[in-house]
Design a protein around this ligand. Structure first.
Ligand code: NAP
Length: 230
């Protein structure tokens, strides 16, 4: 039987990396997109090292992949702090990586996903449903991604394509908080691991044909962030 093919953005780190690894266990050939991959990440069919904001290069690279069963939009960028102090460059980077890129990839790959009755997995965030002081732009973009996924699913469900928005909460072991002055607490039960979200995605992609999970939240039992040590 022909192997299934997945394209995973954000595959070089954190949640996207864990999803890519899980997909290879599930028998997928995984094309991972990121900028700097760990040297020992040798399970990929191909590692596409590029800046997702370079649309021409991105579209040229993915056009070389003939059959696509799964698109995972896991790349993300986050800058925190009061909205008043978000710089134009920070806002532009978040808009492009968190929302523009998933939309561009969705529209480019839907014809191929229709051929395979495939699936799109968008990694949004629990912030997509909340008020997010000190993270207003990031939360707004994740809310946009969630809204986009819901609408696209309604457009394409008749073709057999499924679209799911996965909303993780505070996750340790990723680089997302590199620009923040806080991080998830390391106390037991106060954080997720990237593998928790990957397991959730494993369950979602393995639902029987004809059953579509469209939204999932993954949360640690307790909710605690801590200020980073100087
Ligand atoms: N960590 C959390 O608590 C949390 C909670 C909810 C949702 N999420 C979401 O989960 C997803 C994964 O985040 P993470 O926590 O795993 O963070 P992460 O470790 O920082 O991973 C982000 C990934 O996105 C890639 N990326 C960012 N900008 C890029 C660009 N311009 N071009 C190419 N690749 C780019 C990074 O690639 P390089 O490192 O190679 O540049 C990396 O692979 C994001 O969408 C994030 O919003 C995270």
């Amino acid at each position: 039987m022909e192997l299934k093919t997945a394209i995973v953005t954000g595959a070089s780190s954190g949640i996207g990396f864990a999803i890519a690894k899980m997909l290879t266990e599930e028998g997928y050939r995984v094309y991972g997109i990121g900028r700097i991959f760990p040297e020992d990440a040798d399970f990929f069919e191909k590692r596409l090292s590029l800046d997702l904001r370079d649309t021409d290069i991105l579209l040229a690279k993915i056009s070389e992949i003939k059959k696509v069963d799964l698109l995972v939009n896991a790349a993300g960028s986050a800058f925190y702090g009061l909205a008043e102090f978000n710089t134009p460059d920070q806002i532009k980077e978040m808009c492009r990586v968190d929302l523009e890129v998933p939309m561009i990839l969705t529209s480019a790959l839907l014809p191929k996903l229709k051929d395979t009755k495939g699936m799109i997995v968008n990694i949004a965030s629990v912030t997509s449903t909340r008020i997010n002081t000190h993270g207003a732009a990031y939360g707004a973009l994740k809310a946009g991604l969630r809204s986009y996924g819901r609408s696209v699913y309604e457009e394409v469900r008749k073709t057999g394509v499924r679209v799911v928005t996965v909303c993780p909460d505070l996750t340790r072991g990723t680089k997302l908080y590199r620009n923040a002055d806080f991080e998830p607490s390391e106390e037991d039960g106060c954080y997720l691991l990237p593998e928790d979200t990957a397991e959730c995605v494993r369950n979602v992609i393995n639902m029987r044909e004809g059953c579509a999970v469209t939204e999932v939240e993954v949360r640690p039992q307790y909710n605690r962030i801590v200020k980073k040590k100087e």
